[in-house]
Design a protein around this ligand. Structure first.
Ligand code: IVH
Length: 703
């Protein structure tokens, strides 16, 4: 990849990363690193870019996507690691009024003692003179600069190269954790800097939803936060739960306080979240003690941190200390060591997913990594196992990448038992024995038996009843397992025939008259189902909730969808028609057609349709009383489930949020409403009871 022409003309690859093997990914990452570095030099060094901003962006995006899919292939010279990655096009650029700095790192206790000595020397203080610091967690997210004028949020920018970042105002406006208006009397100009991040639980939930919808899977919460921010459509950002901790200031028209700690408290009073573990310290020993405490709390924090940041507390000292290159002299990041551990690989299991993908999973002798007990780790795919030569019985080094998904890093060859043999990846489905094929250029092997494969069918049925699909109360994965085992349910339509099993059901453990009655009533209630839920429930590869809605609006009725997608339809015309719709790609259409091409799938859908009454999608209302308003539901509603209330509000053009902020227009409080109602009252948000809410929306839309 040294050939200048090749570097100059490199275009991003088009194979989805999930379908690539690691050799191919490593090759492309090397090519991307060389190409992006070359373009950076042309752009920054020579002011003579060789490609358009959008082509450049596409290279960077490809690099990012590949790294997300292959976190252990991130190169030392990766463009994502370089400070000085220029602001991407697509978002406007913002010149920071004060540079956004990075931090110098320290690793050992000695590094910390040296830092304190250096600072004291710089300030000409005696080595034993008192000097105050703060110690606070180093959040593993992405830094933002938020500008407020007269207490109102006006602009948000990413760090970019520290001098110029991207204008992400429209998207940050959607983040509840970023106050739109400040409390108290903030200075007329106030730039607040801090870290945007995602809680681990929200990251896992997002990835699960992404997996179901065929969307991008994020490697760690940091990538998920960054990806959620860098969206063309602010509504997507709004749908992601992002958090923000404020930790420093940019331009301010008047100082908030004399010290960093007091500035943080002032920011907290204005409505920002401040990390609760931040501490004021006076001695090196105190700094190290806080490092130990935060390190011990790390696993339970709910979000990723990668160290502790020490800052000289007094602002006048900070100003005197200034910066060297891109980092302040008055701060230091004390990094945590990488979290790795050694353990025994007991077995390699192959899991078969809803779409037939065979995924290898390492079963490990349980071991604690960074405070969390790990007994399973992902092995990605068969190439990964071959590349690392991972064998059952090996001692392996595992790591929690990005603090979340444990991975097998390498084997310890010295500890390999003499009788060990290479792992042979099955070419047949371990669940049904059908051939498992791996198309050229793809990394994933799939069982070819579709819904005839019991594992695929089981996962498919579980998806069918999941929350965003048919969401039948009392019918979850556990009951599906049981009913499938008993042979009562083979395909979705069978669920609607369960009433005929009433007597047999009464003989099962845990089923009384009442619970059976409730279950059957819940099933009956779902005979009427929205078209978009129906489409989503079919569990077609790549067809998630958003796409299901688009398809529902397009086809309106299931009969039309079936007619357009299954033989003898003119599939070319259908494809052209669908691809013309925004957000629908050819690969999606191919999967859609592929699904209906199978006789058994089509029969299952027709059988199901005979049981149901499918309701056409509601078009969003434009002039309802709540359109454009942000609504939060809390407590128990008497008349409808939370999910339904949410759907109803959304169909009237409202945005439904999970937490109350200054941006909330109405809080609808059902029975037993707790802290949200209190917070709403504090913030002056209008609180409605259920009847008031219903009165407000009655007359708007159907129902
Ligand atoms: S202070 C001038 N405090 O770490 C000081 N940074 O490696 C600027 N970070 O770019 C940063 N938690 O994105 C500071 N409590 C914290 C932090 C923090 C995370 C990030 C920030 C910065 C990066 C430098």
């Amino acid at each position: 990849m040294t050939d200048r022409q090749t570097v100059m003309e490199l275009r991003p690859g088009t194979t989805p990363p999930s379908e690539m093997d690691s050799d191919a990914a490593a090759g492309e990452l090397a090519a991307l690193a060389a190409a992006i570095a070359w373009h950076d030099e042309r752009y920054h060094g020579e002011d003579d870019p060789a490609i358009s901003d959008s082509d450049y962006d596409a290279l960077v995006a490809r690099n990012r996507d590949l790294e997300a899919a292959f976190p252990d292939l991130v190169r030392d010279d990766s463009p994502s690691r370089r400070v000085g990655a220029p602001a991407a096009a697509g978002f406007g650029k913002v010149r920071h009024t004060r540079p956004m700095l990075s931090l110098n790192n320290g690793f050992s206790d000695e590094d910390i003692a040296d830092f304190v000595t250096r600072v004291k020397r710089f300030l000409s203080l005696a080595d034993d003179a008192p000097l105050g610091f703060t110690a606070e967690p180093k959040i593993d997210g992405l830094s933002l600069s938020l500008r407020y004028e007269e207490g109102r949020f006006v602009q948000a920018a990413t760090r970019g190269d520290g001098t110029e970042g991207e204008d992400v105002t429209a998207n940050v406006r959607m983040v509840d954790a970023v106050p739109a208006r400040l409390a108290g009397t903030p200075p007329s100009i106030l730039e607040v800097r801090g870290e945007l991040y995602m809680d681990r639980a929200d990251f896992l939930a997002l990835n699960m939803a992404q997996q179901d919808s065929g969307g991008k899977i994020f490697a760690n919460p940091r990538n998920a936060a960054a990806g959620s921010l860098r969206q063309k459509d602010p509504a997507v950002t709004a749908s992601r739960r992002l958090q923000f901790f404020a930790y420093s200031l940019g331009e301010v028209s008047a100082p908030l306080a004399d010290t960093h700690m007091l500035s943080l408290e002032a920011l907290s009073d204005m409505g920002f979240s401040i990390n609760p573990l931040s501490r004021r310290c006076d001695e090196v020993a105190d700094l190290l003690a806080v490092y130990g405490e935060i390190g011990a709390a790390r696993a339970d924090l709910g979000y990723d941190i990668d160290g502790v940041v020490y800052k000289v507390d007094r602002h006048d000292y900070q100003a005197r200390l200034g910066q060297v290159a891109r980092a302040p002299r008055w701060a230091l990041a004390h990094k945590f060591p990488a979290e790795q551990a050694e353990t025994l690989l007991n077995a390699i299991d192959i899991q078969v997913g809803r779409t037939g993908a065979l995924t290898p999973v390492a079963r490990l002798a349980p071991v604690t990594v960074g405070g969390v007990v790990v007994s399973n780790a992902t092995l990605h795919n068969e190439d990964e196992i071959r590349r690392k030569d991972i064998r059952v019985g090996d001692r392996v080094v595992i790591q929690r990448a990005g603090d979340v998904i444990p991975q097998v890093v390498r084997v310890i060859p010295e500890a390999r038992p003499a009788e060990s043999t290479e792992f042979v990846f099955p070419e047949t489905c371990p669940e049904c024995g059908a051939p498992a094929n791996r198309p050229e250029g793809e990394a994933v092997r799939r069982c070819t038996n579709s819904l005839e494969c019991p594992a695929q069918r089981l996962e498919w049925l579980k998806h069918f009843v999941s929350r965003d699909a048919f969401d039948i109360e009392g019918l979850g994965a556990r009951q599906i397992d049981q009913f499938v085992e008993l042979g009562w349910v083979r395909r979705p339509a069978d669920i609607f025939r369960l009433a005929a099993r009433r007597t047999e059901m009464a003989e099962l453990d845990g089923y009384g008259d009442v619970s059976i009655g409730n279950l059957l009533a819940a099933i009956e209630a779902r005979r009427e189902i929205g078209f978009e839920r129906f489409i989503f429930a079919l569990g077609i590869r790549q067809i998630g909730q958003a796409t299901a809605r688009i398809l529902a609006l397009h086809f309106t009725r299931p009969e039309e969808m079936l007619a357009a997608l299954s033989p003898p339809a003119d599939l070319e015309t259908t494809t052209a028609e669908l691809v013309a719709i925004d957000q629908i790609g050819e690969a999606m259409v191919a999967d859609l057609i592929g699904f209906f091409a199978g006789d058994s799938n089509r029969a299952a859908v027709e059988d199901l349709l005979a049981q149901l009454s499918v309701v056409p999608p509601e078009r969003p209302a434009e002039d309802s009383a709540v359109s454009g308003k942000t609504i939060v539901f809390t407590g128990t509603l008497a008349g409808m489930s939370r999910a339904e209330a949410k759907a109803r509000a959304e169909s009237l053009g409202a945005k439904v949020s999970g937490s109350v902020s200054a941006k909330t227009n109405y809080l609808v409080a059902g029975a037993d409403a707790g802290s949200k109602a209190r917070k709403a009252t504090e913030l002056g948000v209008t609180v409605l009871n259920e009847d008031e809410w219903l009165a407000m929306i009655s007359g708007d839309g159907p129902g």
